[in-house]
Design a protein around this ligand. Structure first.
Ligand code: SF4
Length: 299
């Protein structure tokens, strides 16, 4: 029988980062609180903590939602002020719901803010800056040269816009976020809009996107172009991944997956015991860890 997507093993760059940051956080994120209906109180608590977002990630999610709606509509975008109004209205509603603890109510699957859950004292001007950054990103997206060339493409050039996809790399399920895919001239272009500033491109993540595109559209490497757009400036960064970098990434991904499977009770069934995943000795990651209140290092 096909295993539930939540409990099947897969590799992703995000999973790799979490594994390297703290083994216990990795356990909480990928092996705990996955069946809160049948689990005990701690499972239910962890399931709630899974849905916490830091304010910067939340702003990014809201911006990505607007970008997705524009690109998927296939129509010319509405005026910037209309989209910004929509963004800010949604952010205000999310903020209010999170502050009121809606994400903790039974049957409510909404997300909450880490800052509210842990009662961090965040001054109003910091929240305002977060919203301003999101507003600037939406305006920059609408003004960008990248959006202009995308809108000029014929509808059949738009290939797909998945949030995340899974593909098989030499037998290993791998999840990537390839970006919006377009056919442009004789190339496949994968476009990511990014709020990180300054932009730091990750070679392994880039290789994962290329590996996915090569397997999906059966095209050679030189026909795949990655386009990362910095939303703080509107600048478009074009880059490709060569054969050597791709081979390095393949080896890295398989080694990383092997390391992740080492502490499991049973790699076949992807089952794990909490005690096999140590807490980190470094306190820095704990300050941003959503699982802090259930972590034995602090309780
Ligand atoms: S609170 Fe710290 S030690 Fe505990 S899971 Fe989170 S990062 Fe790891």
């Amino acid at each position: 029988m096909e295993k539930d997507a939540k409990t099947r093993f897969f590799w992703s760059r995000e999973r790799d980062f979490t594994f390297k940051t703290c083994l216990r956080q990795y356990f909480f994120r990928y092996y705990a609180g996955l069946s809160p209906q049948t689990g005990g109180p701690r499972d239910k608590e962890i399931a709630i903590l899974h849905r916490l977002n830091h304010r910067q990630d939340w702003a990014n999610e809201q911006v990505q939602r607007i970008i997705r709606a524009v690109l998927e509509s296939g129509n010319p975008p509405p005026a910037a002020d209309i989209l910004v109004q929509e963004l800010l209205t949604a952010m205000r509603a999310d903020f209010r719901d999170s502050r009121n603890g809606l994400y903790r109510q039974a049957g409510n699957a909404s997300k909450g803010l880490f800052e509210h859950e842990y009662q961090l004292k965040v001054p109003d001007h910091i929240w305002k800056e977060n919203a301003d950054r999101a507003e600037d990103a939406v305006r920059r997206f609408l003004e960008s040269e990248t959006l202009k060339w995308i809108l000029a493409l014929p509808p059949e050039a738009r290939l797909e816009s998945p949030k995340g996809v899974e593909f098989i790399l030499d037998g290993l399920p791998v999840r990537v976020r390839p970006g919006f895919a377009f056919r442009r001239d004789d190339r496949i272009e994968l476009v990511h809009w990014r709020m990180e500033s300054p932009l730091q491109l990750d070679d392994i993540e880039s290789a994962g996107r290329v590996l996915y595109a090569a397997s999906k559209w059966n095209v050679s490497l030189e026909k795949i172009q990655l386009v990362d757009v910095e939303l703080s400036t509107g600048e478009e960064h074009r880059h490709a991944v060569d054969e050597d970098a791709l081979n390095f990434a393949k080896e890295y991904i398989h080694d990383s997956a092997d390391e992740m499977q080492f502490p499991l009770d049973d790699p076949e069934t992807n089952t794990a015991a909490e005690d096999n995943f140590d807490t980190t000795e470094d306190d820095a990651p704990c300050r941003r860890c959503p699982y802090l209140k259930v972590c034995p290092k602090w309780t």
